[in-house]
Design a protein around this ligand. Structure first.
Ligand code: SAM
Length: 430
């Protein structure tokens, strides 16, 4: 099928039409004409892969990474970085319109990142590969659990690139357990100290030996959590966390806690979430280890950080105690906390996982009616759905919703990928 690409859609693919079918195909650019080999045929759409680019876009660039288009990690390395952001902006605006019926005609303020070397966290898979079926390290190929072995990954911070190279050498020398399946590494703001999580199907030797090998062979490793998958057993070697300095605070981040992955945009993200907000009470919902809770506590008389994950909530508690601020931590699901909550907050920060905010929690927020909200999202689709509830969308029968959008920001936390992080500031209608 020869298809003209009309636009890029969320998920990394381009969209075109062919004989009444919508065609989705990755690694293309708008206005290109490409020959598509179908991979999946459904009643209304076809998914395929490009076999030839018949008319390349003048924007098409040579991907810097030799593993691009096989490795499932990146989607946009064929697009120069400066062009990726306008495409993401259009995708965000269209997602608001299509899935949320939210017509945002105002600006989308973009926050660009250095295009490479930005990740402070990576998860590498380890699987037998090649003719010799020797263990190799890399990422899964797109939509599969087949390993794409990598010897470089340009989105990693220098320290993580070093960690990857060290692990690759240990594997080449057969010094790692045969059943090692995954290693996750996280570095601090200085890109020096490293926290490691390693998952082994079954230990074939004492876990202490593996921990001491990793500690000595890999630079900067401070703490290691080993998981034995078959017995669901964990062994900790080290303090169990590293510290990340952000926005004038020191955050302890443990082995199982969430932390933002783009090391260049964290400060800007915190400052934009905080803006000029001040007042009596702020709620930081989906608080993690307190990236926003701690600085909010300098602006508000009281801040409540709500986090359901026990590991993250423990880090949050430790971080609040160390900062000696006027914040408190609640280890609960946002939904249950809001159901009980009576006091009207002046400001609410929402930073949910990809699933977004549950309908019940949104209804409770509408009941409480804080004058201002900041919604940080890593999934435009669920953000659009939730904005529809908060703003009332364009449905004339429903009348105007309780909130109106004041600002939309796009933080490019994940250059070279289709992922979109956005922040919407909302204010209550008078
Ligand atoms: C995207 S992270 C944001 C963390 C933090 N705001 C930050 O920027 O570092 C979402 C957090 O919400 C937590 N979480 C997920 N579902 C939750 C729920 N229903 N109630 C409370 N916390 C939840 C997760 O454990 C995770 O720490």
């Amino acid at each position: 099928m020869d298809v003209k690409i009309e636009k890029l859609v969320y998920g990394g693919e381009g969209l075109g039409h062919h004989e009444g079918h919508t065609v989705f195909v990755p690694f293309v650019l708008p206005d290109e004409v490409v020959t598509v080999q179908p991979v999946e045929r459904k009643k209304k759409f076809v998914r395929g892969r490009v076999s030839h680019v018949l008319t390349p876009s003048p924007q098409r660039a040579t991907p810097p990474c030799p593993h691009f288009a096989v490795c499932g990690g990146c989607h946009y390395q064929h697009i120069p970085y400066e062009a990726q952001l306008p495409y993401k902006t259009e995708i965000l605006r269209e997602t608001f319109r299509r899935l949320g019926r939210v017509e945002w005609g105002g600006p989308i303020q973009t926050h660009a990142s250095p295009p490479f070397g930005y990740r402070n966290r990576a998860q590498w898979k380890i699987r037998p590969a090649g003719a010799a079926a020797k263990n190799a390290i890399g990422y899964f190929q797109a939509g599969s659990s087949t390993l794409c072995a990598v010897d470089e990954c340009p989105v990693l911070s220098p320290r993580l690139a070093e960690t990857l190279a060290g692990l690759r050498d240990l594997l080449a020398e057969s010094r790692l357990p045969a059943k090692l399946r995954e290693v996750e590494a996280f570095t601090d703001d200085a890109d020096r100290k490293v926290l490691l999580n390693a998952s082994v199907e079954t230990f074939d030797g004492p876990p202490e030996s593996l921990a001491s090998l990793l500690l000595t062979a890999l630079p900067g490793v401070e703490t290691i959590l080993l998981q034995e998958i078959s017995r669901d057993r964990y062994e900790l070697f080290g303090p169990g966390f590293i510290h990340y300095h952000a926005a004038g605070n020191r955050c302890r981040v443990g082995h199982l806690s969430f932390f933002q992955v783009n090391r260049f945009l964290i400060e800007e993200l915190v400052h934009t979430v905080l803006a000029e907000e001040r007042g009596k009470l702020a709620l930081d919902l989906f608080a993690g280890v307190g990236l926003f809770t701690l600085p909010l506590a300098k602006r508000f008389e009281r801040v409540v950080g709500v986090e359901s994950d026990l590991a993250a909530a423990r880090d949050l508690q430790a971080n609040i105690e160390e900062s000696k601020g006027n914040a408190q931590q609640v280890n609960a699901a946002v939904e249950s906390l809001l159901t009980e909550w009576q006091e009207r907050p002046d400001y609410v920060v929402l930073d949910p996982p990809r699933a977004g905010v549950s309908d019940g929690a949104l209804r409770q927020l509408l009941r409480l009616g804080p004058p201002r909200l900041a919604y940080l999202s890593c999934d435009p689709a669920t953000l659009a759905r939730d904005l529809r509830v908060l703003t009332g969308g364009l449905d004339p029968a429903a009348g105007p919703g309780a909130y109106q959008i004041a600002e939309v920001h796009l933080f490019d936390l994940f250059p070279q990928t289709y992922h979109i992080e956005s922040l919407v500031r909302l204010k209550r209608r008078e």
